[in-house]
Ligand binder design. Structure first.
Ligand code: GLY
Ligand code: MN
Ligand code: MN
Length: 460
């Protein structure tokens, strides 16, 4: 990735600021997992987006003219022997295409100087536990100099407001990385499906963790950092627990397995769910539910294009699912009424309780507003999913080419006396990643098929 692209991103942020403003964008903190073991470090997404630097303990300070100072770890042979190479402030400007770099040990001393005589300070609100305290301390220091003629900034602005809009539209470089992430994750799903069928055919004691092992193997084999989020490998009834994770449960002949897992590649997430029969053959009721979810996903995909609104795919999927719930007698029409009644009362939410998609990018639930950013946009009133008063909000935003979102309808049937027994404990979700294009969308994750026949074929 060329360093010019990062410079262009910093320029865009700088241009959105006032002429006397400054932005402070730190990377993520390191976190202790237990005693001497840390969680694996991952750079903050905003920080990485603006400079591509992956060392911990760093902070960007960007002036309105684009001049950028990086605070980073100083060279330290002793620490580098233990923790690894540090770029260091001497090398950082040329290596990263920045105007200046200083040791992060000087941050508290230098920030009051850099903030002096600025008007607004931009920083990412509510993303770092102690950042507002540190900024407050630096502000106090600037204020203590006002009698010497130094002006202190008067305004704090949320840098996320600008950066979220930038990150929402992916550039060609980002899309290339996301295509790779999608391809690797698709291969991982194929491996897991095939392992499941192989183990059951051989009469082996297949467990959820065996399938997770295939996913992890494929991620690392192809150079991904690892999972973009905690992998869900849910056998049988576990598929009806939305945030289940890969555990030790047996993968049984006759079960469906729902896997929601995907890799992060060069900082970019993918997000795939596939549901397949553990033994490689869908039973009748499993096929009924699967076909319904697939039809709902097709409706959502058809509704995903530039000019549509973010909610359109969700509304399209929900309509298909709700009709299917009536057709399969999961919902009793005598009790809940017709399709429009089911949609208005949200009776479908018993079996389909989540949204059909979310933005995808560096973060698996990526940044970006879901409502129309235009304050004059029409308002709608919708039922409150948590049961309170109806919610009035702006309509969802218009999709633009280059936005990336997931399309992930599902249907989850917990065992209950008022539900046909044949469907008990069946949970199906199908999730793909889509780039919005002028005419429709490009699916990044279809190297692993969704058709029942294709899935059975590759598991044979
Ligand atoms: N894997 C997280 C999600 O599907 O939203
Ligand atoms: Mn998702
Ligand atoms: Mn997912």
């Amino acid at each position: 990735m060329s360093i010019e692209l990062y410079a262009q991103r910093r320029q865009r942020l700088a241009q959105a600021m006032g002429p006397q403003d400054i932005a402070i964008i730190p990377t993520a903190p390191t976190r202790v997992r237990n005693r001497d073991a840390d969680y694996p470090f991952r750079a903050d997404s905003y920080f990485y987006y603006l400079c591509g630097f992956t060392e911990p303990d760093a902070c960007l300070v960007i002036r309105a003219d684009g001049h950028t100072t990086l605070f980073c770890q100083p060279k330290d042979l002793e620490r580098e022997i233990w923790d690894g190479y540090r770029l260091g402030p001497e090398q950082a400007p040329s290596a990263l295409g920045l105007e200046a770099a200083l040791s992060v040990t000087q941050l508290d001393q230098q920030m009051p100087r850099l903030m002096a005589n600025t008007e607004s300070v931009w920083w990412p609100f509510a993303t770092h536990d102690d950042l507002h305290h540190r900024i407050e301390t630096w502000l106090q220091s600037v204020r203590s100099q006002v009698r010497l003629g130094v002006a202190a900034p008067q305004v704090q602005r949320d840098a996320c407001a600008v950066l979220d809009e930038m990150r929402l539209i992916k550039d060609a470089h980002e899309l290339a990385l996301m295509r790779t992430a999608g391809r690797i994750s698709a291969q991982a799903h194929i491996r897991a499906m095939q392992r499941s069928a192989r183990m059951l055919r051989a009469g082996e004691d297949a467990r959820e963790y065996h399938l997770e092992a295939e996913l992890l193997h494929a991620f690392r084999e192809h150079g991904a950092e690892g999972p973009a989020y905690t992998s869900i490998v849910a056998a049988g009834a576990n598929a009806c627990v939305l945030h289940y994770r890969a555990d030790r449960a047996a993968v049984r002949d006759g079960d469906l397995v729902l896997i929601d897992a995907a890799c992060e590649y060069m900082g970019y997430a993918s997000d795939i769910t596939r549901t397949f029969p553990a033994n490689g053959r869908f039973s009748g009721p499993q096929a009924d539910v699967y076909a319904l979810v697939l039809a709902s996903q097709e409706a959502a995909i058809a509704a995903t294009r530039a000019g549509a609104r973010f909610d359109d795919p969700h509304d399209a999927a929900t309509r298909v699912l709700a009709q299917g719930m009536l057709d399969l007698k999961l919902l009793d029409a005598n009790a809940v009424g017709n399709l429009d009644d089911v949609l208005n009362s949200r009776a479908y939410a018993r079996f389909y309780m989540h949204r059909t998609g979310h933005w995808l990018g560096m973060d698996v639930h990526d940044c970006g507003a879901y409502q129309d950013p235009d304050p004059e946009a029409p308002r709608i009133t919708v039922p409150n999913p948590t049961g309170g008063d109806p919610i009035t909000k702006r309509v969802s935003r218009v999709l633009q080419a280059g936005m990336v979102l997931t399309i992930e309808p599902g249907l989850y049937v917990r065992a209950a006396t008022d539900v046909p027994e044949a469907f008990h404990d069946i949970g199906v979700r199908i999730e793909d990643d889509a780039v919005v294009t002028a005419q429709g969308c490009e699916l990044l994750t279809r190297d692993v098929p969704v058709g029942m026949q294709e899935i059975e074929d590759l598991m044979r």
